[in-house]
Design a binder for this molecule. Structure first.
Ligand SMILES: [Zn+2]
Length: 383
Protein backbone atom coordinates (compact mmCIF):
# COMPACT_ATOMS: atom_id res chain seq x y z
CA UNK A 1 0.00 0.00 0.00
CA UNK A 2 2.75 2.39 1.10
CA UNK A 3 4.71 1.79 -2.13
CA UNK A 4 1.60 2.41 -4.23
CA UNK A 5 1.08 5.78 -2.54
CA UNK A 6 4.75 6.73 -2.98
CA UNK A 7 4.63 5.67 -6.64
CA UNK A 8 1.48 7.73 -7.23
CA UNK A 9 3.13 10.77 -5.65
CA UNK A 10 6.25 10.32 -7.81
CA UNK A 11 4.12 10.02 -10.96
CA UNK A 12 2.05 13.06 -9.95
CA UNK A 13 5.14 15.22 -9.32
CA UNK A 14 6.66 14.07 -12.62
CA UNK A 15 3.45 14.91 -14.51
CA UNK A 16 3.08 18.34 -12.94
CA UNK A 17 6.68 19.10 -13.87
CA UNK A 18 6.15 17.94 -17.45
CA UNK A 19 2.95 19.97 -17.88
CA UNK A 20 4.55 23.09 -16.40
CA UNK A 21 7.61 22.57 -18.57
CA UNK A 22 5.45 22.59 -21.72
CA UNK A 23 5.02 26.37 -21.42
CA UNK A 24 8.78 26.75 -21.87
CA UNK A 25 8.60 25.58 -25.46
CA UNK A 26 4.97 26.16 -26.55
CA UNK A 27 4.82 28.27 -29.74
CA UNK A 28 2.71 31.14 -28.42
CA UNK A 29 2.16 32.80 -31.80
CA UNK A 30 -0.08 29.94 -32.93
CA UNK A 31 -3.42 30.16 -31.18
CA UNK A 32 -7.03 29.04 -31.59
CA UNK A 33 -8.83 26.99 -34.19
CA UNK A 34 -8.25 29.07 -37.32
CA UNK A 35 -4.78 28.00 -38.45
CA UNK A 36 -3.93 28.72 -42.09
CA UNK A 37 -0.80 29.09 -44.22
CA UNK A 38 -0.35 32.71 -43.07
CA UNK A 39 -0.38 31.52 -39.45
CA UNK A 40 2.47 29.07 -39.90
CA UNK A 41 4.59 31.01 -42.40
CA UNK A 42 6.44 33.09 -39.75
CA UNK A 43 7.25 29.90 -37.83
CA UNK A 44 8.08 27.51 -40.65
CA UNK A 45 10.78 29.81 -41.98
CA UNK A 46 12.86 28.95 -38.89
CA UNK A 47 13.22 25.44 -40.26
CA UNK A 48 14.45 23.79 -43.44
CA UNK A 49 11.24 23.96 -45.47
CA UNK A 50 10.11 23.91 -49.06
CA UNK A 51 6.96 24.02 -51.16
CA UNK A 52 5.96 20.44 -51.91
CA UNK A 53 3.28 21.45 -54.41
CA UNK A 54 0.12 23.51 -54.78
CA UNK A 55 -3.47 23.01 -53.71
CA UNK A 56 -6.50 23.07 -56.05
CA UNK A 57 -6.82 26.82 -55.51
CA UNK A 58 -3.09 27.32 -55.94
CA UNK A 59 -1.96 27.74 -52.34
CA UNK A 60 1.46 26.34 -51.42
CA UNK A 61 1.59 23.08 -49.51
CA UNK A 62 4.63 23.38 -47.27
CA UNK A 63 6.80 20.57 -46.02
CA UNK A 64 9.77 20.66 -43.71
CA UNK A 65 12.62 18.39 -42.69
CA UNK A 66 13.93 18.12 -39.17
CA UNK A 67 16.54 15.94 -37.50
CA UNK A 68 19.44 13.92 -38.80
CA UNK A 69 18.84 10.42 -37.53
CA UNK A 70 18.27 7.13 -39.29
CA UNK A 71 14.64 6.56 -38.34
CA UNK A 72 12.39 8.35 -40.81
CA UNK A 73 8.95 9.52 -39.72
CA UNK A 74 6.40 11.21 -41.97
CA UNK A 75 3.81 13.39 -40.20
CA UNK A 76 0.96 15.35 -41.76
CA UNK A 77 -1.76 17.50 -40.27
CA UNK A 78 -4.83 19.38 -41.56
CA UNK A 79 -5.56 16.85 -44.27
CA UNK A 80 -8.99 17.93 -43.07
CA UNK A 81 -8.71 21.70 -43.26
CA UNK A 82 -10.71 22.48 -40.12
CA UNK A 83 -8.70 20.12 -37.89
CA UNK A 84 -5.91 22.36 -36.72
CA UNK A 85 -5.01 21.23 -33.19
CA UNK A 86 -2.16 18.96 -34.16
CA UNK A 87 -0.69 21.60 -36.49
CA UNK A 88 -0.09 23.75 -33.41
CA UNK A 89 1.23 20.69 -31.56
CA UNK A 90 3.65 19.89 -34.38
CA UNK A 91 5.34 23.27 -34.05
CA UNK A 92 5.42 22.84 -30.27
CA UNK A 93 7.12 19.49 -30.86
CA UNK A 94 9.74 21.09 -33.11
CA UNK A 95 10.35 23.78 -30.51
CA UNK A 96 10.76 21.08 -27.87
CA UNK A 97 13.23 19.13 -30.01
CA UNK A 98 15.17 22.27 -30.86
CA UNK A 99 15.54 23.31 -27.22
CA UNK A 100 15.49 20.10 -25.22
CA UNK A 101 15.63 17.15 -27.61
CA UNK A 102 19.22 16.97 -28.91
CA UNK A 103 19.42 13.22 -28.43
CA UNK A 104 16.08 12.56 -30.12
CA UNK A 105 17.04 14.89 -32.96
CA UNK A 106 20.17 12.88 -33.63
CA UNK A 107 18.24 9.63 -33.94
CA UNK A 108 15.21 10.59 -36.02
CA UNK A 109 14.44 12.45 -39.23
CA UNK A 110 11.03 14.04 -39.45
CA UNK A 111 9.29 15.02 -42.66
CA UNK A 112 6.37 17.23 -41.73
CA UNK A 113 3.47 18.53 -43.81
CA UNK A 114 1.81 20.91 -41.34
CA UNK A 115 -1.17 21.85 -43.56
CA UNK A 116 -1.85 19.34 -46.31
CA UNK A 117 -5.15 21.00 -47.26
CA UNK A 118 -4.48 24.78 -47.20
CA UNK A 119 -7.71 25.62 -49.10
CA UNK A 120 -9.76 23.70 -46.55
CA UNK A 121 -7.84 25.43 -43.77
CA UNK A 122 -8.55 28.85 -45.27
CA UNK A 123 -12.27 28.16 -45.79
CA UNK A 124 -12.46 26.14 -42.57
CA UNK A 125 -13.80 23.03 -44.27
CA UNK A 126 -13.03 19.36 -43.87
CA UNK A 127 -12.82 18.85 -47.64
CA UNK A 128 -10.50 20.47 -50.15
CA UNK A 129 -11.48 23.18 -52.67
CA UNK A 130 -13.17 20.56 -54.89
CA UNK A 131 -15.26 19.36 -51.93
CA UNK A 132 -13.34 16.11 -51.85
CA UNK A 133 -12.46 14.42 -48.56
CA UNK A 134 -8.74 13.75 -49.02
CA UNK A 135 -8.99 10.90 -46.55
CA UNK A 136 -11.13 8.98 -49.02
CA UNK A 137 -8.82 9.60 -51.96
CA UNK A 138 -5.80 7.50 -51.00
CA UNK A 139 -6.28 4.97 -53.80
CA UNK A 140 -7.60 7.07 -56.66
CA UNK A 141 -5.36 10.08 -55.95
CA UNK A 142 -7.67 12.42 -57.88
CA UNK A 143 -6.64 15.56 -55.97
CA UNK A 144 -3.33 17.46 -56.11
CA UNK A 145 -3.05 17.36 -52.30
CA UNK A 146 -3.45 13.56 -52.31
CA UNK A 147 -0.71 13.31 -54.94
CA UNK A 148 1.61 15.55 -52.92
CA UNK A 149 1.30 13.32 -49.85
CA UNK A 150 1.72 10.16 -51.87
CA UNK A 151 4.77 11.51 -53.73
CA UNK A 152 6.41 12.49 -50.44
CA UNK A 153 5.62 9.05 -49.04
CA UNK A 154 7.16 7.35 -52.09
CA UNK A 155 10.29 9.56 -52.11
CA UNK A 156 10.91 9.72 -48.37
CA UNK A 157 10.18 6.03 -47.70
CA UNK A 158 9.24 6.58 -44.05
CA UNK A 159 9.72 3.96 -41.35
CA UNK A 160 6.65 5.33 -39.56
CA UNK A 161 3.69 7.58 -40.42
CA UNK A 162 1.71 9.81 -38.05
CA UNK A 163 -1.69 10.80 -39.43
CA UNK A 164 -2.95 13.76 -37.39
CA UNK A 165 -6.60 14.73 -37.00
CA UNK A 166 -9.23 16.29 -34.71
CA UNK A 167 -12.27 14.46 -33.39
CA UNK A 168 -15.60 16.10 -32.47
CA UNK A 169 -16.79 16.93 -28.96
CA UNK A 170 -19.32 14.06 -29.01
CA UNK A 171 -16.64 11.41 -28.46
CA UNK A 172 -16.64 9.89 -24.99
CA UNK A 173 -15.06 7.04 -23.07
CA UNK A 174 -16.14 5.08 -20.00
CA UNK A 175 -18.28 6.99 -17.47
CA UNK A 176 -19.02 9.68 -20.07
CA UNK A 177 -15.47 11.02 -19.80
CA UNK A 178 -14.48 13.17 -22.75
CA UNK A 179 -12.12 11.52 -25.22
CA UNK A 180 -9.45 14.23 -25.02
CA UNK A 181 -7.10 12.30 -27.27
CA UNK A 182 -7.45 8.99 -29.06
CA UNK A 183 -5.29 6.78 -31.23
CA UNK A 184 -5.73 4.03 -33.75
CA UNK A 185 -3.59 1.55 -35.60
CA UNK A 186 -5.40 1.49 -38.97
CA UNK A 187 -6.42 -1.90 -40.33
CA UNK A 188 -5.05 -3.51 -43.46
CA UNK A 189 -8.11 -5.62 -44.21
CA UNK A 190 -11.69 -6.27 -43.12
CA UNK A 191 -10.69 -8.85 -40.52
CA UNK A 192 -8.21 -6.42 -38.95
CA UNK A 193 -5.24 -8.76 -39.36
CA UNK A 194 -2.31 -8.24 -37.04
CA UNK A 195 0.43 -7.58 -39.58
CA UNK A 196 3.94 -6.59 -38.49
CA UNK A 197 3.34 -2.92 -39.20
CA UNK A 198 0.02 -2.95 -37.33
CA UNK A 199 1.63 -4.65 -34.34
CA UNK A 200 4.41 -2.08 -34.25
CA UNK A 201 1.85 0.75 -34.36
CA UNK A 202 -0.15 -0.93 -31.59
CA UNK A 203 3.00 -1.23 -29.50
CA UNK A 204 3.78 2.46 -29.84
CA UNK A 205 0.18 3.44 -29.08
CA UNK A 206 0.19 1.21 -25.99
CA UNK A 207 3.33 2.94 -24.82
CA UNK A 208 1.86 6.43 -25.41
CA UNK A 209 -1.33 5.37 -23.65
CA UNK A 210 0.51 4.15 -20.58
CA UNK A 211 2.09 7.60 -20.14
CA UNK A 212 -0.87 9.74 -21.19
CA UNK A 213 -3.36 7.91 -19.03
CA UNK A 214 -1.32 9.02 -16.01
CA UNK A 215 -1.72 12.62 -17.06
CA UNK A 216 -5.42 12.56 -18.01
CA UNK A 217 -6.76 9.32 -16.55
CA UNK A 218 -9.89 8.08 -18.26
CA UNK A 219 -9.61 10.63 -21.08
CA UNK A 220 -7.42 8.68 -23.51
CA UNK A 221 -9.13 6.42 -26.01
CA UNK A 222 -8.92 4.16 -29.00
CA UNK A 223 -10.39 5.44 -32.26
CA UNK A 224 -12.22 3.16 -34.68
CA UNK A 225 -10.06 0.90 -36.83
CA UNK A 226 -12.78 -0.06 -39.32
CA UNK A 227 -11.04 -0.85 -42.57
CA UNK A 228 -11.35 1.47 -45.57
CA UNK A 229 -8.54 1.24 -48.11
CA UNK A 230 -9.47 4.71 -49.44
CA UNK A 231 -8.25 6.20 -46.14
CA UNK A 232 -4.62 7.25 -46.17
CA UNK A 233 -3.70 5.50 -42.90
CA UNK A 234 -5.12 2.19 -44.11
CA UNK A 235 -3.28 2.52 -47.41
CA UNK A 236 0.11 3.26 -45.82
CA UNK A 237 -0.36 0.54 -43.20
CA UNK A 238 -1.23 -1.78 -46.09
CA UNK A 239 2.07 -0.84 -47.71
CA UNK A 240 3.69 -2.11 -44.49
CA UNK A 241 4.60 1.25 -43.02
CA UNK A 242 3.57 1.34 -39.34
CA UNK A 243 1.01 4.13 -39.19
CA UNK A 244 -0.59 5.80 -36.19
CA UNK A 245 -3.75 7.87 -36.23
CA UNK A 246 -3.85 10.69 -33.66
CA UNK A 247 -7.21 12.33 -32.91
CA UNK A 248 -7.19 15.49 -30.78
CA UNK A 249 -10.40 15.86 -28.82
CA UNK A 250 -12.21 18.14 -26.42
CA UNK A 251 -11.03 19.07 -22.94
CA UNK A 252 -13.50 20.79 -20.62
CA UNK A 253 -14.24 24.39 -21.72
CA UNK A 254 -11.31 24.29 -24.15
CA UNK A 255 -13.06 25.09 -27.43
CA UNK A 256 -9.89 26.73 -28.74
CA UNK A 257 -8.16 23.39 -28.16
CA UNK A 258 -5.20 24.99 -26.45
CA UNK A 259 -5.19 22.35 -23.70
CA UNK A 260 -5.67 19.33 -25.96
CA UNK A 261 -2.90 20.77 -28.13
CA UNK A 262 -0.54 20.28 -25.19
CA UNK A 263 -1.62 16.65 -24.82
CA UNK A 264 -1.10 16.04 -28.54
CA UNK A 265 2.39 17.50 -28.26
CA UNK A 266 3.19 15.28 -25.27
CA UNK A 267 1.70 12.34 -27.20
CA UNK A 268 4.02 13.07 -30.11
CA UNK A 269 7.06 13.25 -27.82
CA UNK A 270 6.08 9.95 -26.15
CA UNK A 271 5.55 8.39 -29.58
CA UNK A 272 9.06 9.35 -30.72
CA UNK A 273 10.56 8.03 -27.49
CA UNK A 274 8.54 4.81 -27.84
CA UNK A 275 9.83 4.29 -31.38
CA UNK A 276 13.36 4.40 -30.01
CA UNK A 277 12.94 2.06 -27.07
CA UNK A 278 9.47 0.67 -26.38
CA UNK A 279 9.33 -2.94 -25.29
CA UNK A 280 5.70 -2.91 -24.21
CA UNK A 281 3.33 -5.79 -25.10
CA UNK A 282 1.30 -4.70 -28.14
CA UNK A 283 -1.78 -6.57 -26.88
CA UNK A 284 -2.27 -3.79 -24.31
CA UNK A 285 -3.63 -1.82 -27.25
CA UNK A 286 -6.86 -3.80 -27.00
CA UNK A 287 -7.29 -2.73 -23.38
CA UNK A 288 -7.45 0.94 -24.32
CA UNK A 289 -11.11 1.99 -24.04
CA UNK A 290 -12.85 2.52 -27.36
CA UNK A 291 -14.46 5.82 -28.29
CA UNK A 292 -18.23 6.09 -27.99
CA UNK A 293 -20.51 8.94 -29.06
CA UNK A 294 -22.22 9.88 -25.80
CA UNK A 295 -21.53 13.57 -25.30
CA UNK A 296 -23.05 16.82 -26.45
CA UNK A 297 -21.81 20.36 -25.90
CA UNK A 298 -24.70 21.40 -23.64
CA UNK A 299 -27.41 19.23 -22.15
CA UNK A 300 -30.50 20.99 -20.87
CA UNK A 301 -32.74 19.15 -18.47
CA UNK A 302 -36.28 19.92 -17.33
CA UNK A 303 -36.96 22.50 -20.01
CA UNK A 304 -40.60 23.37 -20.72
CA UNK A 305 -41.47 23.22 -24.40
CA UNK A 306 -44.76 24.12 -26.05
CA UNK A 307 -46.99 21.16 -26.84
CA UNK A 308 -50.53 21.57 -28.24
CA UNK A 309 -52.22 24.14 -25.99
CA UNK A 310 -49.93 23.46 -23.02
CA UNK A 311 -46.35 22.33 -22.49
CA UNK A 312 -44.25 19.31 -21.62
CA UNK A 313 -41.07 19.04 -19.61
CA UNK A 314 -38.21 17.45 -21.51
CA UNK A 315 -34.44 17.33 -22.04
CA UNK A 316 -32.43 18.48 -24.99
CA UNK A 317 -28.92 18.30 -26.36
CA UNK A 318 -27.21 21.25 -28.00
CA UNK A 319 -24.22 20.97 -30.30
CA UNK A 320 -22.08 23.81 -31.59
CA UNK A 321 -21.67 24.37 -35.32
CA UNK A 322 -18.25 25.79 -36.04
CA UNK A 323 -18.50 28.82 -38.31
CA UNK A 324 -15.68 30.87 -39.77
CA UNK A 325 -15.84 34.61 -39.08
CA UNK A 326 -13.60 35.71 -41.92
CA UNK A 327 -13.52 39.35 -40.86
CA UNK A 328 -12.13 38.58 -37.42
CA UNK A 329 -10.27 35.46 -38.60
CA UNK A 330 -11.71 33.29 -35.89
CA UNK A 331 -14.14 30.44 -35.42
CA UNK A 332 -17.52 31.05 -33.85
CA UNK A 333 -19.47 28.34 -32.09
CA UNK A 334 -23.15 28.51 -33.08
CA UNK A 335 -25.48 26.48 -30.84
CA UNK A 336 -28.07 24.30 -32.54
CA UNK A 337 -30.65 21.98 -31.00
CA UNK A 338 -29.46 18.46 -31.76
CA UNK A 339 -31.98 16.20 -30.06
CA UNK A 340 -35.06 16.63 -27.88
CA UNK A 341 -36.39 13.87 -25.64
CA UNK A 342 -35.26 11.62 -22.82
CA UNK A 343 -31.64 11.28 -24.04
CA UNK A 344 -30.55 9.51 -20.83
CA UNK A 345 -27.64 7.93 -22.67
CA UNK A 346 -26.15 11.33 -23.53
CA UNK A 347 -24.33 13.65 -21.15
CA UNK A 348 -23.29 17.24 -21.69
CA UNK A 349 -19.85 18.81 -21.42
CA UNK A 350 -22.06 21.32 -19.63
CA UNK A 351 -25.41 20.43 -18.06
CA UNK A 352 -27.97 23.10 -17.20
CA UNK A 353 -31.14 22.50 -15.22
CA UNK A 354 -34.07 24.62 -16.44
CA UNK A 355 -36.48 23.44 -13.71
CA UNK A 356 -36.67 26.92 -12.16
CA UNK A 357 -37.33 28.62 -15.50
CA UNK A 358 -41.07 29.16 -15.97
CA UNK A 359 -40.85 30.20 -19.61
CA UNK A 360 -42.31 27.81 -22.17
CA UNK A 361 -40.17 27.60 -25.30
CA UNK A 362 -41.73 27.18 -28.72
CA UNK A 363 -39.25 25.00 -30.59
CA UNK A 364 -40.98 25.75 -33.90
CA UNK A 365 -39.99 29.41 -33.63
CA UNK A 366 -36.66 30.25 -35.26
CA UNK A 367 -35.73 32.41 -32.25
CA UNK A 368 -36.06 29.51 -29.80
CA UNK A 369 -32.34 28.64 -29.73
CA UNK A 370 -31.28 32.23 -29.02
CA UNK A 371 -33.88 32.48 -26.23
CA UNK A 372 -32.60 29.21 -24.77
CA UNK A 373 -28.98 30.35 -24.88
CA UNK A 374 -29.95 33.64 -23.19
CA UNK A 375 -31.32 31.62 -20.28
CA UNK A 376 -28.25 29.38 -20.25
CA UNK A 377 -26.08 32.49 -19.90
CA UNK A 378 -28.30 33.83 -17.10
CA UNK A 379 -28.18 30.51 -15.25
CA UNK A 380 -24.39 30.48 -15.55
CA UNK A 381 -24.21 34.15 -14.54
CA UNK A 382 -22.61 35.16 -17.82
CA UNK A 383 -23.60 38.67 -18.87
ZN1 LIG B 1 -9.87 14.27 -39.82
Amino acid sequence: MFTIVINSIIIFVFIMKEIKFYNNYKVQSLYGRYIINESIEPVITKYSFNIAGYSVNNLPVYSLMYGNGDIKILLWSQMHGNESTSTKALFDLLSFLENYGKELKSKISLKIIPILNPDGAKNYTRENFNNIDLNRDAQNLTQPESKILRNIYDDFKPDFCFNLHDQRTMYSLDNFNSSVISFSSPSVDKIKSETNSRILSMQIISSIYEKMNNIIPGNVGRYSDEFNINCVGDTFQNLETPTILFESGHYKNDYQREISRKFVCLGLIYALKAILNSKIDYKKYYQIPENKKQLCDIKIINIKVKKDSGYKKTNMSIMFNEKLNLLEKKIEFIPVIFEVGKIHEIKGHLTINFSKIDKIFNLNASSSISQITDYIDKLRNIH
